[in-house]
Design a protein around this ligand. Structure first.
Ligand SMILES: *Cc1c(COP(=O)(O)O)cnc(C)c1O
Length: 428
């Protein structure tokens, strides 16, 4: 599509956008009495208008029923996690029984690794990105040590080639092949939180399986953003949080996926808790753990209903928008965003200074654009903030922003472009 860099054009795209009305379902912070232009959905999604009502419903039921709320509440707390299952499964392309909402993200990384990283003297290596999110790196290192292995030997960190910013798909496949006899697991963040690069999960999973390893993914930046088909792609396990693209609020309850081929194997080792027991016998307090044959069997504790109420509000919005439509709009928004960035950079002659490191190929990126700002990046970022444009700054020199299909408009992007151009002109 041929874009134009003017407000009439941006407004026309908004008018033609069938998801346009979803913006009204979200609450925007204000800056100097005006709604901010918000591009931080990759970090903390905005609050849906409905969230308050969903959370208040549980507070009222608690007031009204006390302990009886477990069964008497309008949405009974005993099976509360089940109300999230279908919509969550839709978002990540899973069967309902392969999906569970529980814990926090890093906790889920650990619980999944307990089951899916079982090193022995021959197979003990994990392939991950060199620039993985720190929490994931710590989780991997500590799991490796927990098994008595040495992280320096066991963790294979993939780095971009010299002079490049992102990993080449063929280099990932080559690394899997190179370590084929000792590889236990491929574990990647998808997309990478820093560069916004999206990895080809289907092919990477196939490659891992070919050499006898497993494949798991951290979808903190993928859930609610990418077109995911975890079941069809035969991914072994995945984890994600709900406060980024999923808009479930700070520290919201996280998600996990376990492929059905693993759900049926009740012998697989896991750290168990009573909520993972078959609900039919849970309250007969059996002595021995009987895992329910679904991802639910990885649950430890009874449902944290208040954060789950917030997630329920948000997932209903996803269900009515539909991932297909969201993905289509996300692509268009982000193509426009990249166009507007390039216009501003060219107009101010800043091509040497501002470099988009997120891949240009539409299949290798999601809602995020990461820009390397070689000079004055922090000043450019501050100029945007002072003008009510909320993006995010990652040391040492990356400006990240995400154009999110549920609540960002094409006009947001045009307006950002004007401020960005001013910032670039001021800070050469
Ligand atoms: C956001 C993010 C986290 C955060 O972990 P929490 O346990 O939710 O604090 C972890 N990993 C990745 C890849 C992330 O993007």
């Amino acid at each position: 599509m041929q874009f134009e860099n003017n407000i009439e054009f941006a407004r026309q795209l908004d008018k033609e956008d069938e998801l346009n009305s979803f913006r009204k379902k979200f609450l925007f912070p204000e800056h100097k009495g005006k709604k901010v232009i918000y591009f931080c959905g990759n970090s903390l999604g905005l609050q849906p208008v409905n969230t308050r009502e969903y959370v208040n419903q549980e507070l009222s039921d608690w007031e009204k029923f006390g302990v009886e709320g477990h069964f008497q509440a309008r949405h009974p707390w005993y099976p509360y996690h089940e109300f999230l299952r279908d919509n969550m499964a839709q978002v990540v392309g899973a069967l309902p029984r392969e999906t569970v909402v529980m814990n926090s993200l890093t906790a889920n990384v650990h619980f999944m690794l307990v089951s899916f990283y079982k090193p022995d003297s021959k197979r003990y290596k994990i392939i991950c990105e060199a620039s993985a999110f720190p929490s994931d790196q710590y989780a991997l290192q500590s799991q490796v040590k927990f098994h008595g292995c040495n992280p320096k030997d066991a963790i294979i960190e993939l780095k971009p080639r010299d002079g490049e910013f992102t990993l080449r798909h063929e280099d990932i496949l080559a690394a899997i092949e190179n370590h084929k006899d000792s590889l236990a697991l491929v574990f990647l963040g998808n997309p990478n939180y820093y560069t916004g690069q999206v990895f080809q999960m289907k092919e990477i999973t196939e490659a891992a399986h070919r050499v006898g390893a497993l494949a798991g993914f951290d979808l903190a930046h993928g859930a609610g953003n990418l077109d995911l088909h975890l079941h069809d792609w035969q991914v072994d396990f995945a984890v994600w949080c709900s406060y980024k693209y999923l808009n479930a609020g700070p520290g919201g309850v996280a998600g996990a996926f376990v492929h059905e081929k693993h759900c049926d194997n009740t012998d697989r080792v896991r750290f168990a808790g009573w909520w993972g027991n078959d609900p039919q016998t849970r309250f007969t307090m059996p002595h021995d753990f009987v895992p329910v044959k679904s991802a639910d069997s990885w649950q430890l504790s009874n449902a944290p209903v208040l954060p789950m109420a917030a997630l329920r509000a948000s997932l209903e919005i996803f269900a009515s928008a539909g991932m297909d439509r969201l993905v289509a709009k996300r692509k268009k928004l982000n193509n426009f965003l990249r166009y507007v960035i390039n216009e501003a950079v060219t107009a101010t002659g800043q091509q040497q200074n501002i470099i988009i490191i997120t891949p240009a190929n539409e299949n290798e990126r999601g809602a995020q654009v990461s820009m390397l700002c070689k000079k004055n990046g922090k000043k450019i970022f501050s100029y945007l903030t002072d003008n009510g444009v909320i993006a995010d700054w990652r040391e040492p020199e990356v400006l990240r922003m995400a154009a999110v299909p549920l609540y960002n408009s094409f006009e947001d992007i045009f307006s950002f472009g004007e401020y960005f151009k001013q910032a670039l002109a001021l800070h050469k």
